[in-house]
Design a protein around this ligand. Structure first.
Ligand code: SF4
Length: 172
């Protein structure tokens, strides 16, 4: 009579969390670096420009947030700040500037006109830039207060910091 075969318990190895850890830390590092190195492209068309200048200067000083150095080339910018009214005639130009910016990129609608057309409800003005390009942050006001703009920059920074950056893309 043969003895019953012993059953050997199957012990499954725990999946390694090292990759997850490295990936998480890399995302945090890239997010942190990106959030404090914004290069704005000011697409300025109207009176909100005064407010844009005020927020860039002392005592508000957007340099504290790493966002004070405007670049006037879309290829060197990652934050498109649309400041003022956009007409239907200007819309294709704005779209071209947006398309020329490298990824990742973000868009701020600065003031009521860029957000919704403001009080220019007529045949010439665009009802907000989100009709042609995606907007990440809307700044209300006509014109917006510098504090409101700074609040918008800080909210955008939080959003940038939370973005995920996969190590491997589908192409690999
Ligand atoms: S929101 Fe007001 S201040 Fe800004 S561009 Fe429009 S009308 Fe001028």
């Amino acid at each position: 009579m043969t003895a019953p075969a012993k059953t050997i318990p199957i012990v499954r190895a725990e999946p390694s969390r090292a990759f997850e850890f490295i990936s998480t830390k890399k995302d945090e590092l890239i997010g942190w670096a990106r959030k404090f190195s914004l290069f704005p492209y000011p697409f300025v068309t109207a009176c909100c420009a005064m407010e844009f200048m005020a927020v860039s200067s002392t005592p508000y000083d957007t340099d504290r947030f790493g966002a004070a150095l405007p670049r006037f080339s879309p290829r060197q910018s990652d934050l498109l700040m649309v400041v003022g009214t956009i007409t239907h005639k200007q819309a294709p130009v704005l779209l071209k500037v947006y398309e020329q910016m490298c990824e990742p990129k973000w868009v701020m609608a600065f003031g009521a006109c860029a957000t919704s057309g403001g009080f220019y409800q007529n045949y010439a003005a665009l009802d907000g830039i989100d009709k042609i390009i995606p907007v990440d942050v809307y700044i209300p006001g006509c014109p917006p207060r510098p504090e409101t703009v700074i609040d918008g920059i800080m909210q955008l920074q939080e959003r940038i910091a939370r973005q995920q950056h996969p190590i491997l893309t589908k192409e690999f």
